[in-house]
Write a protein of this length. Structure first.
Length: 358
């Protein structure tokens, strides 16, 4: 039983159970929330729940044992279609939706979802990485969303509604997912048999801000240590000392045989920076701050040094978001990091960064 094995997101489970009881399930959903908190697993669980003939709607539970449940668990159910961004691509290619040029509309998710369900009355499509729909993929998908077959349930998984075209958004029911609480995340990490780390699960959970993915990255002591140095550099308001730009490039290339891993490492650098400035903004405007001891100390140090209006912090967040979009386009880390650090220094000194296109 996929849902039962999950930690957190109970309210969303109950919400779907109520829809199933009333037999009123919209055809398209957008699951939105930070990366690495279990949205995709939740979608698998939803497929298991709705495709199981012996489900218990009151308990929001599939039986977990029948032939169909096992097919969903092993991702072999004929009525469960899944697409995701290939690791070596920057977008969800149109081929995944309507087939390649030679086979247009003969294969792909938009065709497959129209074919009658084989085992029951529903057919499921899970579109992971929906943040990465490009214009052509979004347009072909939109045709399906405009007139979905009556048996179809289509789930887009992304981080935020802002990343979707308004035409897609207006046809989707938005389901928000919150980050896991530190307690939920600690429990989950303690249960993960494959996770080995000298760092205590509770410390990882606090540092990871509710994301399983980040907690797993931080479980590597090298990554944990790098984060600490990065936060110290940021808290000095003068990031880049001691040749830290080179240290970031080296970190990006650690264990990165593939471009995708390098991108992920750089994304992590951006994410940690964004978390830092968000908390700094909270601290400067009197809102509560959250995080582990390392982050809290960095925020206190930075707040003591910060001399600009609090609104200036928003520029740093914007600049890091901009850095992340460049990384998605495969920017060379060396070329991206130096200007980033320089802009963060300028922002702390009261300037508006020129590189941000707004
Ligand atoms: Zn079942």
């Amino acid at each position: 039983m996929i849902w039962e094995s999950m930690i957190g997101h109970r309210e969303q489970m109950r919400r779907f159970a109520r829809m199933a009881q009333r037999q009123k399930i919209p055809s398209t959903f957008l699951f939105a929330g930070p990366e690495g908190i279990g949205k995709r697993l939740f979608a698998h669980g939803l497929a298991e729940f709705l495709l199981c003939p012996q489900r218990d709607a009151d308990a929001a539970a599939a039986c977990g044992r029948c032939f169909f449940c096992r097919q969903v668990q092993t991702l072999n159910h004929p009525d469960l279609l899944i697409v995701e961004k290939p690791a070596d691509k920057n977008a969800l290619p149109i081929e995944l939706f309507v087939g390649d040029r030679e086979h247009r509309s003969q294969t792909g998710l938009c065709r497959d979802i129209r074919i009658k369900p084989q085992s029951g009355s529903r057919k499921f499509a899970i579109i992971d990485d929906a943040d990465y729909l490009n214009i052509e993929s979004a347009n072909v998908l939109l045709k399906t969303l405009e007139e979905p077959p009556p048996h179809a349930i289509i789930i887009l998984i992304g981080t935020s509604p802002q990343r979707q075209l308004s035409t897609i958004l207006s046809r989707s029911q938005l389901i928000n997912f919150a980050p896991l609480s530190p307690d939920e995340l600690t429990k989950l990490l303690e249960r993960s048999a494959d996770l080995e780390s000298p760092i205590a699960s509770a410390d990882l959970a606090l540092a990871a801000g509710g994301s399983v993915k980040v907690a797993r990255q931080l479980a590597d002591p090298k990554v944990y240590e790098f984060r600490q140095t990065w936060l110290e550099q940021l808290s000095s308001l003068d990031p880049g000392q001691d040749d830290f730009a080179a240290a970031i490039v080296k970190f990006a290339e650690t264990g990165a045989k593939e471009a995708a891993t390098k991108r992920e490492n750089l994304y992590f650098v951006g994410d940690q920076g964004i978390v830092f400035y968000r908390q700094l903004l909270n601290r400067l405007t009197g809102f509560p701050i959250e995080g582990d001891a390392i982050l809290l100390e960095a925020i206190e140090n930075a707040a003591g040094r910060w001399t600009q209006p609090a609104t200036q912090v928003a520029w740093a967040i914007e600049r890091l978001t901009d850095f992340q979009s460049h990384i998605e386009l495969n920017a060379n880390p060396q070329n991206a990091i130096e200007p980033l650090l320089a802009d963060l220094r300028h922002i702390a000194a009261g300037h508006t960064p020129a590189a941000i296109e707004i």
